[in-house]
Design a protein around this ligand. Structure first.
Ligand SMILES: NC(=O)c1ccc[n+]([C@@H]2O[C@H](COP(=O)([O-])OP(=O)(O)OC[C@H]3O[C@@H](n4cnc5c(N)ncnc54)[C@H](O)[C@@H]3O)[C@@H](O)[C@H]2O)c1
Length: 454
């Protein structure tokens, strides 16, 4: 069929169908980041010696991932729960010295850097002490338990001239690098709306972790755990499921929003805090004594766009971020990224003119087509532009994130997710919780470095 013989409406319809078929078929596998390719050699003199403070779930994950990072060596582990000393050594496949007291790690001259994977309410103290002891710090996300904590940690890093990286590893992901490339290219047009969620539907996803047999006030240093939090008798539920409680964690905002916010900030090059936040949610299903909601939605105002985030522990929805632009939509869903352009060519009005008499409508259409002869200039090559990218099977962004940190330790250049970046993302979590618990709009007062009510 001769394209010139098609009506504009027919042409657009066929064109759109082709885009959909092409988009579904064309998936580009992204190349793993060369930075962390295990083959890359680092001279022995550049080896960075580190210890992990906190060898629970995340500490062990990080130690395992560290085995894929060239030029580093774990030389110690630390945790308040004795069984986690063995867990840490098993994770790093090495019999390193283990302690309950992180200060013995900080006193060691052979430790260049520390991974801080302790509960959120202890980040400030451990990070500040580590900086003061001259150690560079990889601190898990969310950087802070409170707004004050975050600024104190920035001061500590600056005062001691330390490299700090926060642990939202998506910022070092090859998928997010591709998303940033597309965002920066302008192919999305103006993005005024960003939507993201991270939904889970399991007991583990809701932090109902099993209590290990043998965990008691002899094997756990409960008093050290309570440092900075109200005193109370030993409670294994609070120790192992601390994310549920305001004394130690920040609920879904600190656990999952922080990754979404960090990803959005990275892709959009945002290095500021949202101006306002409004939250809604509740404890609908996991009525186990927890203080944080199992469903929360927060709407954030940024200067040039709005962001709506959701975490729901009552449905398996996975991880999703969508950027809705005037020229196209970009969606990150778990390990894939899809960019779909939209047809922004001028089109004859095809809706409201059906409320006109036929004579007027036909005159309008005739004139419009005279002024916009077919074929139109094709500035929209959808078949060529619709793209899907995916990470290769087994790709893990954690070694990439660790590599970025250890490279910064060697180069003394700021990391991609430094303390200012991490603090901004963490404040986004605090805004969400402030709005939820106060049932009010949370406003970021940048001058006072405080969250206030509207
Ligand atoms: N980046 C990610 O994807 C990711 C994933 C999971 C957890 N995290 C973060 O990692 C951190 C740890 O979370 P987790 O899931 O491993 O929790 P966890 O409860 O499994 O482990 C935390 C450990 O910290 C130890 N600890 C607390 N205070 C300590 C101190 N002063 N000295 C030594 N050890 C101390 C506890 O004994 C505990 O074993 C949190 O900040 C969490 O938000 C990040």
């Amino acid at each position: 069929m001769d394209r010139n013989s098609l009506t504009r409406r027919q042409f657009i319809h066929i064109g759109t169908g082709a885009v959909a078929a092409t988009a579904a078929a064309k998936v580009t596998l992204l190349e793993p980041n060369l930075l962390s390719a295990s083959a890359r050699a680092v001279p022995p003199s550049d080896t960075v010696r580190f210890a992990s403070i906190g060898t629970g779930i995340r500490g062990c994950e990080l130690l395992q991932a560290s085995l894929r990072v060239p030029g580093i060596e774990c030389v110690g582990v630390c945790d308040l729960y004795d069984a986690r000393h063995d867990a840490g050594k098993e994770a790093v496949k090495k019999d390193v010295p283990a302690t309950r007291d992180y200060r013995t790690i900080l006193d060691r001259k052979d430790v260049d850097a520390v991974i801080v994977a302790v509960t959120d309410h202890q980040h400030r103290k451990v990070v500040a002490d580590a900086c003061a002891a001259g150690k560079d710090v990889y601190c898990e996300k969310p950087m802070s338990h409170t707004v004050d904590d975050g600024f104190a940690m920035i001061d500590a890093a600056r005062k001691a001239n330390r490299i700090m990286q926060i642990g939202s590893q998506r910022v070092s992901s090859i998928l997010y690098a591709k998303a940033k490339e597309i965002y920066d290219s302008g192919r999305l047009g103006d993005v005024f709306m960003i939507e993201a969620y991270w939904d889970r539907n399991t007991a583990s996803g809701a932090w109902v972790y099993p209590i290990p047999p043998g965990a008691n006030d002899q094997t756990v240093d409960w008093n050290a755990f309570l440092d900075g939090a109200p005193k109370r008798p030993f409670d294994p539920v609070r120790f192992f499921r601390w994310r549920c409680f305001t004394d130690y964690g920040e609920g879904l905002a600190g656990d999952l929003f922080v990754h979404l916010i960090s990803g959005i900030h990275f892709i959009t090059s945002t290095n500021t805090v949202a101006q306002r936040a409004q939250s809604s949610g509740g404890i609908f299903r996991w009525k186990d004594g927890r203080e944080f909601p199992d469903l929360i939605e927060t709407l954030y105002d940024y200067p040039s766009f709005r962001v709506v985030l959701r975490c729901n522990l009552n449905n398996e929805g996975g991880e999703f971020i969508a950027f809705y632009g005037t020229k196209g939509t970009m969606v990150i869903k778990d390990s894939t990224l899809t960019y779909k352009p939209q047809d922004t060519r001028p089109q004859a009005e095809s809706y409201s003119i059906y409320g006109w008499p036929a004579k007027l409508r036909n005159e309008y259409l005739k004139k419009w087509h005279e002024e916009n002869p077919l074929p139109a200039p094709l500035n929209f090559k959808a078949e060529e532009e619709a793209e899907t990218f995916a990470t290769p099977a087994g790709y893990n962004d954690v070694p990439d994130h660790q590599t970025n940190f250890f490279n910064a330790v060697r180069s003394r250049k700021p990391t991609v997710e430094n303390e200012v970046f991490g603090n901004n993302a963490a404040i986004g979590c605090h805004l969400s919780n402030f709005a939820y618990f106060n049932k009010d709009v949370a406003v970021w007062d940048a001058a006072a470095k405080k969250i206030i009510k509207d």
